[in-house]
Design a protein around this ligand. Sequence first.
Ligand SMILES: Cc1ncc(C[n+]2csc(CCOP(=O)(O)OP(=O)(O)O)c2C)c(N)n1
Ligand SMILES: [Mg+2]
Length: 598
Amino acid sequence: MSPTNPARAATARAANENIATGSLERPIPSGANAPGFGSDVVAETLRALDIPYISLNPGASYRGLHDSIVNFLGNEKPQMLLCLHEEAAVAIAHGYAKVTGKAMAAAVHSNVGLFHASMAMFNAWCDRMPVLVLGATGPVDAAKRRPWIDWIHTAADQGAIVRNFTKWDDQPASPGAARESLLRAWWLTNSAPSGPVYINLDAEVQESRLPEPLAPIDTARFIPPVASAAPPDAIRKAADMLKAAKKPLIYAGRVSRSLDAWNARVALAEALNARVVTDLKIGAAFPMDHPLYAGATRGVAPDAFEADVVLSLDWVDLGGALRGGAAGCKIIQVTLDHTLHNGWSMDYQALPPVDLFLAAHPDAVVPALLEALGASAKPKYQPTYKPVEPKKLDDELTNEHLAYALRQAVGEREMCITHLPLSWDASWWPFRHPLDQIGGDGGGGVGGGPGMSVGAALALKGSGRLPIGICGDGDYMMGGTALWTAAHYRIPLLIVVANNRSFFNDELHQERVARIRNRPVENRWIGQRISDPDIDMAAFARAQGAVGFGPVTRMDELKSAFEQAIRAVEQGQVAVVDVRVKPGYTAAMTAAMTRKTE
Ligand SMILES: Cc1ncc(C[n+]2csc(CCOP(=O)(O)OP(=O)(O)O)c2C)c(N)n1
Ligand SMILES: [Mg+2]
């Protein structure tokens, strides 16, 4: 199996090898070395905050800032990453944060760009990921507006578009205020619990000359680290409850990508002999081949484990899990999430009953618990690669075939699964490192998979860890133009399309409605199938400058297609493999989704 146009792929490969993203799109020197305009102050502040990239789609509303980044900063620190859609610009920043735990910037045009970006901002919000979004408006002074266009692109309260799912937003009215606004935004977005922030820059503030230089400031003093540990007496109480437990259960939820924090969690589970559940919606939190690992089942309830004490490490829907059955079980909840809850978004989930509440970050609590228990902080578990066991699978490809062949092709390489399709089953791939998998889109917004994968791949570039995004065909087609940004900026990435030629999730919903109403389930595909014509996913990939493989329809072709695609990625390419899988989810998921009654 080879890409349809090998000559073109070879040329692209040669062009891509060893090219640093930072060496691309170098402007000729402008000679500007002191800030002369309001937007130069904004650009200078972005650099002072050490922001490496700003993903963007351009617009006249921020032409002042655009000029400052290119001609005042020389397009580095931050470097622009051009995107074909604002949703991709924010999704890329979101994916970058999922790997690094830190924000990068994204810039979007006044109101219309922000409307496009809003879906991705909601995803980042629900995923509790930091993103600094810059936008623009105006001129706010009506006397300075150009006819028509400046009027339709000025809104009285533009931040209201995204206020319900951002941590903070602002519209500063002077360069000095803009600098302070950026510092506050950066501090807030990166402090736990994280979430996107939005700064709206008035065109006039950007474009007007600075009457005099601003007094220099010490940036670090305005973004102090925020302590997020629990008080010692709360740690003591939690340790006592866990020590007395006969069958403790840990819900390993929103935790960081830190390997130290991962090792501490493993050591805690081992010290307590606690079972541990994880959630594929968020990043890997516990080795899935550990004897204490208890699965990533959706809505898993404590009663299923006869648990008597639950330690929730910021589990995404603790209330929902407990409603499944938690008779006589004591609950310890570790989270800072309540500080983010608002009256608009119900993403705070069901209110859980709690016996001990620790308003703290799980990464800070786990080592403190180990200390209080007098337990070793060194886990006994050692991650070891085990070859994929031989398996007999039917001929017609499913996502399980895809997972099986991909694991075989990846072998012992370090990898990062940057996205998973909805129908993925946790048993198909045991993740063993905090960067083996970084979770889902957060807000259930289909279309984020490709962009988040590009952002994650950007963060992983040069690390030796192979980024792999597995996207449904619906997800891929909604967000696929993000691949052009990856190809353009030489960000190696493998995308696998789990192509069931359908928005299949919703077929199951139609089936369920039909069952409840005693109507023909056979009609579930209408208004759902993405076929006739089938979309040529590999050609779409090539159109973005990636190498496209497939469609692959047979198991004997699948492993070799993956091997070739991985080789292309290792040579610096973006590669896409279109795998034609049978429409269908795992039996467990189908059963859960099509139950006749609730
Ligand atoms: C922005 C957005 N639009 C629509 C939906 C509703 N929706 C949920 S899953 C899904 C199907 C996604 O299709 P695909 O990515 O191909 O995955 P599949 O279900 O086929 O595995 C849709 C349309 C959504 N969640 N987000
Ligand atoms: Mg699909």
